[in-house]
Ligand binder design. Sequence first.
Ligand SMILES: Nc1ncnc2c1ncn2[C@@H]1O[C@H](COP(=O)(O)OP(=O)(O)OP(=O)(O)O)[C@@H](O)[C@H]1O
Length: 244
Amino acid sequence: MQEVIKVEQLTKSYGKLHAVENISLSVDRGMVFGLLGANGAGKSTTIECILGTKKADTGTIRILGADPFKDRKKLFERVGVQFQESSYQEQITVAELCRVTASLYKEAADPFALLARFGIADKKNSPVKDLSGGQKQRLFIVLALIPDPEVVFLDELTTGLDAKARREVWKILSDLKEKGLTIFLTSHFMDEVEALCDGICILKRGKIVFYGTVSEAIEKSPYEKFEDAYLWYTDEEEQANENI
Ligand SMILES: Nc1ncnc2c1ncn2[C@@H]1O[C@H](COP(=O)(O)OP(=O)(O)OP(=O)(O)O)[C@@H](O)[C@H]1O
């Protein structure tokens, strides 16, 4: 099994704040990996360091065997990224944004097939700014998949999507995974994590508090449901009480 993402001892501080401390993780090809944690736990910082858009203070990071900070150009064609907010011209339409994005890659996927797959083909002539929150979110997943990447980073995957759209996105991602796509995601929805993730890492104030599979996370907690186990791993009060 080929290792697609490897992070060893990643540390990143903002001034005195240790945003991420000693994070190590490994993601194999065709795996869906979930990076979890409360707001401010350090997920975005970790992803930005993995992508090379932020420089880690210390640690080693490899994506597809390359150093993302030094080899960004080389990785650009092979890695997809979903942004929460993309910067685009005020009046640009969905079709134009997709075409512009596709033009950046040598071997782009067909953006219109992707729009159809994500149920927003009828919006192709609408200005992006007029899309609903959920439609925009789906568009951003489409943009991340346009490079036809080997690995894709999806930050807060289905935030803003209704229940049906979430299920549809899960199905599409499961199909892409079957074809060998490696998926690195963050999510605040534990049902989604249970449905999709082969491996997870739970962060609490920048440190790993659990690393393994969803079923291991449940087993090592006093709970039977994953959401309860997740809250137990991340709960401030509970952990504070344990230290008394
Ligand atoms: N550029 C920055 N300068 C200073 N502090 C920052 C900066 N970016 C993030 N932080 C701080 O680092 C910590 C980790 O933030 P990060 O955005 O990585 O968390 P997160 O887990 O992605 O949160 P969320 O779920 O809210 O997106 C937070 O305390 C945040 O306030």
